[in-house]
Design a protein around this ligand. Sequence first.
Ligand code: FAD
Ligand code: DHB
Length: 407
Amino acid sequence: MSQVGRTQVAIVGAGPAGLLLGHLLHLRGIDSVVLERQSREHIERRIRAGVLEQGTVELLREVGLADRLLRERLVHRGLELLFDGEAHRVPLTELTGRELTIYGQHELVKDLVAARLATGRPLLFEAPAVALAGLDGTAPEVHYVHNARTHELRCDFVAGCDGFHGISRPSVPDGALTGYEREYPYAWLGVLAEAPPSSEELIYAHHDRGFALHSMRSPKLTRLYLQVAPDEDLAAWPDERIWDELRTRLARRSGFALADGPIVDKGVTALRSFVAEPLGHGRLFLAGDAAHIVPATGAKGLNLAVADVAVLAAAIGEWYSAGSSAALDAYSATCLERVWRVQHFSWWMTSMLHPSPDAFTRRLQLSQLRYLTTSTAAATSFAENYVGLPLSRPSSPQSSPHRGAPR
Ligand code: FAD
Ligand code: DHB
């Protein structure tokens, strides 16, 4: 026999999307239960994203979740594009007026978990959702397992925030969603090293041997990535090989010393583009990686997850406070405008920075990089996308378009 419970919003997944949604609903007085398949320790240690857009940080600050982030973050105002052995700085803040924050996703998850627990509202770990039912009606249910017992959670809405491999998206009846997808013939090997960053800013490197990225987490922790084969075996990458390859790909003619140190985390991440349309079905709303995936190159996945739940929380709030479903009905279309802009940018940046085996395409890539680093117009367009569109205006560009006279 299942135990039966009830809430207003059942949130599947305690990644950044699910945890932030729970908090935004809490601030509106809306009850939720957050279900997480993994343990607390697991999600608080999982090394992933590190670049937060200004809009993401502003939202976190407005809702009281940014105290530690604002104390510990690194603020970045530019980045380097490295190709042909030379680094070219893109002055992001000078071009857009906006800055970026470096703060580990797992640190943000720790802050979000602590905030949730402080509200006293339920957050269950090691509680996988195993089935969703009644999505077409007005009383959906989430079936989950906790402490070896099955439970039935009745609710008004289900928020599918369970990442790309969760159960929410596959629970939608066949034919109700369309998936748009692109796979890439490479993956990233990512490492976290106890070594001081070797540059003050991120370095995105296009090298004949493959893409490399130098990022960081703190003055003592460096985060580094290498392009590898999609089926790469981690066992083939002892630490010394990783450092050798990074030194080669990050080298520049003027010289570059890469500080090394003990590698404390290592993993291979697939690169993929995916969008499910629409972002939900009936009383189920998909948010974050459950709804869409971008290749990591543009540093957008976490920011997109935050943008989704900001829209979703406001729409659910309107349903409860004004009895209107207009914003919920518009949820998918509202989010998809931003999602596709970010999809294009992430695909474009990925395609430019991972050297093609085809000589013609390789020349096009280098031409694009040269243009980007010599034309203010091109650099501004890149910077506007990289720093991210403001959250309150999901689809409108930041500056007045087309100042030149029409032809
Ligand atoms: P997730 O973080 O995947 O959370 C989903 C949660 O649901 C998980 O905790 C999972 O355990 C849980 N779950 C799954 N199934 C169930 C179930 N059946 N029941 C209950 N719980 C379930 N993004 C950026 O913006 N900037 C970056 O710099 C960046 N760099 C990245 C680098 C790497 C190496 C990787 C892998 C990703 C990076 N991303 C980046 C992307 C970012 O990490 C993701 O987009 C982000 O985690 C999405 O958050 P989410 O809450 O939607 O999903
Ligand atoms: C990081 C990850 C990214 O995907 C990226 O584009 C930049 C930085 C990071 O983990 O720091």
